[in-house]
Design a protein around this ligand. Sequence first.
Ligand code: GH3
Ligand code: MG
Ligand code: MG
Length: 427
Amino acid sequence: MKRLFIPGALLLLAVSVILESGIVPVSGSAVNFYYVAAFALGTLLAWRFHSSQVLLGLLTLLLAHRAVVFFSGGHILPGGPGRIAFEAVAFLLPANFAVYAFRQERGLTIPAIASPLGLLFLESVFVAVICRPGEASAPSILHWNILASRFFHWTGIPQISWLLFALVFSLLLLRFLLHGKPVESGLLWSLTAAFAALQTGAVTPVASAFLATAALILATSIIENSYLLAYHDELTALPARRAFNDALLRLKEPYAIAALDIDHFKAFNDNYGHETGDQVLRMVAARLARVSGGGVAFRVGGEEFSILFPGTSVKEALPHLELLRAEVEASIFRVRGPLDRRHARHPATDRRKPGRRRTASARPIPARSPGELSVTVSIGVAQPDRKRKEARQVVEAADKALYRAKQAGRNRIESAGPDRAKRDRIA
Ligand code: GH3
Ligand code: MG
Ligand code: MG
């Protein structure tokens, strides 16, 4: 939810308050600077981060605004080319944003952006044709009334465009709720800012400020996206190693750190394929995310996780870790799609010569029934003491304890000395 409103909605709200309250006097030159800076920043970021969605969004906003300014000559009259351009833009802008949201991001290559650029060109030609000098009104579809027009006397935006904006806003919101991508929330709030620009007259300085905000929101969505890529793991949706390192810097005693590793995961991949391995990783991570006792889980490596327990000693963290270990052991993972069992070897059907040494990765992983798998995890846990004051040293101690848990047979928890309490597997 936080990602839906920050920074897009927050930026739009801040700009609206500044513009409406008059706290800061809005001069024409300040707005012009803001406008140029926002579009330049957005273009630079879209280019560096290969985001065709953001570049196309920026280009659409710019073309839409320039078209209205050009054909209206700075004053939108009730009829004539300025009004026609306004109605065309109010219709095409949300439609284009919907197209960008549903296109797959394929980077900034000519073949990837050729067709949307072609579409923008055709739309520009269309607007130029319907805004020819002497034309009195836009094609009727662009100002088609669905409800009685007295309900809409306070707005210049045609009813059909209200409907389209509302529809695309809902679609973008739904997409964001499904995927949670920052660019989707960026398109959502950028479109809302563009709507505010049209509602405030499209050619006024206030409208230019809203349009610049629409561009700035798209630019910040790229920054948000790179933050997310760096700090969040895409596969499991857990915070990633960088977030773990950050959290270590902020830790204050007392605390406990657990290192957790999936047992025989390589064999899992070898038996069922990498895809299935990924699904199991996701399912284990979902359980780790719900760890009790105030623990926070991170994915720090391939199938390695860390759990931080701030304000908690090892003794206090142990029951929660034990609960987690037992929960993973008891879980049956129902894997989607057919299992890739090309390499699977079942003890009953294994025809390899007896006596031949099995490598770790050739271990048969028992499936409970077709499509149902289970895994176990080993855990090492440590806390700071007189010998290890630094969080880094506590992490190392937890890793060593994890190694001992593996050596001792896996599917168990070991805590780092001095009072090395061995916890045996619960039968
Ligand atoms: P152990 O019980 O000693 O931990 O055995 P292991 O097989 O789990 O140990 P090891 O660390 O040698 O193997 C880790 C394996 O995890 C290697 C790789 O095949 C797998 N792995 C790492 N990252 C991913 C990933 O993102 N997806 C999938 N499917 N597998 C991964
Ligand atoms: Mg492992
Ligand atoms: Mg490992």
